[in-house]
Ligand binder design. Structure first.
Ligand code: AMP
Ligand code: MG
Length: 465
């Protein structure tokens, strides 16, 4: 069946300053590697086409463009980033009436490519496909993966030549903190105003002006980061260009889910100082919102009053994070209405887990069963804790925990093995992983919920995407 995408584009109608218009660069031999049929249906897309999702054919109604943005990378401001290897084809209105972006990632160089080749290799494309879809199944806001296609062209990375691929990414938008930063830093106030109005209309229609937008994004990011924490997710590159206005998780580069619990866990090989370590993520989210606030201040004549208002909004975020965290982790130990008094109980368990390197996912998944104590070397300490949990909860605790504690997460060693197989033409592990991760609160594939053995551990993720 020929492909039909019901485009309804709005970003392309914004002024030229927002993007560069260009088509994706065609590739040698497009081949469909993975296709998310359920998502296609949700988007009102019929048919399928490797040519379109490789960038060789521009579909009817698309207005391809690369978006401009800037951002703080590891704390330093980079005045110009932009889509260096991505092309927004356009937008559709999905079945629930929500506007969604359709973007090709790895689709060739753009005016914003800097030193990069504009391409992606199969490994990171499948990594993003599997992990973003797993996040969605976990109920965490995220960009989605519609398609992965092979290009038939090798991509040169540190490891040598690797098979090229293009990911089709779906997002409720690709607006980032960095999209606001670029216009604010350049003093392009008209563009900043246009962008603010656009973001409010698209994501926060009830927001009252820039400060309302800021408050909305702060709440969305607080909820998002608390949900990451609750599944042991470490984003790895929480730069302001990877921080969405919508509150969706974006940019699955060196991210990973941790096995053994440790607050200071880092996977990314380029995060030498642990800036984006597991336990630092709430602080970084606040820092990122302070950058958004700084950008938005440019819209106000009365700077003093605006600074005061923005500061109040950003300073509320630690409390919002705390509330969201308590709600999530309270449910993980079986509490319906956790209060601040329950916090020590949760923290005590995390301390026991950290001391023993207990598996984050499996420990929570086993709470209330006889298997829980097996996760610990100091079983007496766990038993004493579990006694307290038991006396604090009621009989509904088991059901609450079952809904809050996934049985399966995309473990790093499984992701790496899936990529190795795919590079050798074997897509079976990919199919198996995506299937099991689609129902993360049930055990459908026994082997996949096991943590890595000592020799299977993949301790780091690399940025050679
Ligand atoms: P990321 O670390 O993926 O968020 O990317 C940061 C910036 O680098 C963005 O502007 C990307 O578009 C750009 N970039 C990353 N990889 C490439 C590549 N292979 N070619 C061109 N630009 C790239
Ligand atoms: Mg990025």
């Amino acid at each position: 069946m020929t492909l039909h995408i019901p485009f309804d584009n709005s970003y392309a109608a914004l002024p030229d300053a927002f993007y560069a218009r260009l088509d994706p660069t065609p590739v040698k031999t497009p081949s469909m590697i993975a296709w998310n049929k359920a998502l296609a249906t949700e988007l009102g897309i019929t048919g399928q086409s490797a040519d379109v999702f490789a960038g060789n054919t521009v579909p009817q109604g698309a207005i391809p463009l690369a978006q401009l943005y800037a951002g703080h990378q590891f704390g330093s401001y980079n005045p110009q980033l932009g889509d260096g290897r991505a092309i927004l084809l356009g937008e559709v209105i999905d079945q629930s009436g929500q506007r969604r972006d359709i973007q090709l990632k790895g689709s060739g160089p753009t005016p914003y490519s800097r030193m990069g080749d504009g391409r992606a290799w199969l490994g990171p494309v499948l990594r993003e496909y599997v992990i973003s879809e797993a996040m969605h199944a976990l109920g965490i806001p995220t960009t989605r993966a519609l398609a992965a296609v092979g290009t038939g062209q090798p991509v040169l990375r540190e490891q040598g030549p690797l098979p090229g691929a293009v990911l089709t990414r779906i997002a409720s938008s690709h607006l980032r903190v960095g999209t606001f930063q670029i216009f604010a830093h350049r003093g392009q106030i008209d563009e900043l105003k246009t962008l603010t109005d656009y973001a409010i209309a698209r994501h926060y229609p009830d927001a009252d002006g820039p400060m309302g937008l800021l408050a909305g994004v702060c709440q969305a990011q607080a909820d998002l980061v608390a949900s990451w924490m609750s599944v042991g997710f470490i984003h790895g590159v929480m730069n302001t260009d990877n921080c969405t206005i919508s509150g969706e998780t974006i940019d699955y580069g060196p991210c990973a889910f941790m096995d053994g619990y440790h607050e200071g866990r880092v996977f990314s090989s380029i995060d030498q100082t642990g800036r984006y370590a597991y336990g630092n993520q709430p602080r970084i989210a606040v820092w990122n919102m302070a950058q958004l606030a700084t950008a938005l201040l440019q819209l106000f004549d009365d700077k003093e009053a605006a600074v005061e208002e923005a500061t109040t909004i950003v300073h509320k975020m630690p409390e919002q994070l705390q509330t969201a965290w308590l709600h999530r982790f309270g449910a993980k130990i079986g509490l319906t209405n956790p209060t601040a008094q329950d916090q020590p109980l949760i923290e005590e368990l995390l301390t026991l887990m950290q001391n023993d390197g207990a598996d984050f996912t499996n420990t929570f998944a086993a709470l209330g069963t006889d298997n829980a104590r097996d996760q610990f070397t100091d079983r007496d300490a766990f038993d004493a804790w579990d006694q307290k949990r038991h006396s604090r909860t009621d009989p509904t605790a088991i059901e609450i925990m079952a809904k809050a504690n996934p049985k399966i997460i995309p473990r790093n060693h499984r992701i790496e093995a899936m990529i190795d197989a795919a590079v050798n033409g074997d897509m079976a592990p990919f199919e198996r992983l995506t299937k099991a991760l689609g129902t993360p609160y049930a055990i459908t594939d026994d082997a996949l919920h096991k943590p890595p053995t000592q020799s299977e551990i993949v301790p780091a993720t690399f940025c050679g995407t």
